[in-house]
Ligand binder design. Structure first.
Ligand code: ZN
Length: 70
């Protein structure tokens, strides 16, 4: 029975993972604050981040600052 549970867990993980990668308005864990929300993707310093609305706004501000100071 434990094995069946483990398999079920893995299947759930795969399904949620493909859902996170696939959907356009996807929900997930913010990489900055860890809050589960609808995430936005932002590119910063050559890396992509999936952030909640609040953190997205902060990073967007940082990006602007970075462009000002070069
Ligand atoms: Zn956040």
């Amino acid at each position: 029975m434990k094995r069946a549970l483990a398999i079920l867990l893995v299947v759930c993980l795969i399904i949620s993972f493909t859902f996170i990668l696939g959907g356009c308005s996807r929900k997930g864990k913010c990489e900055e604050c860890g809050r589960v929300e609808t995430l936005k993707t932002i590119e910063f310093d050559g890396e992509k981040y999936h952030l909640c609305k609040d953190c997205y706004t902060i990073v967007e501000g940082l990006k602007e600052l970075a462009s000002i100071f070069g």
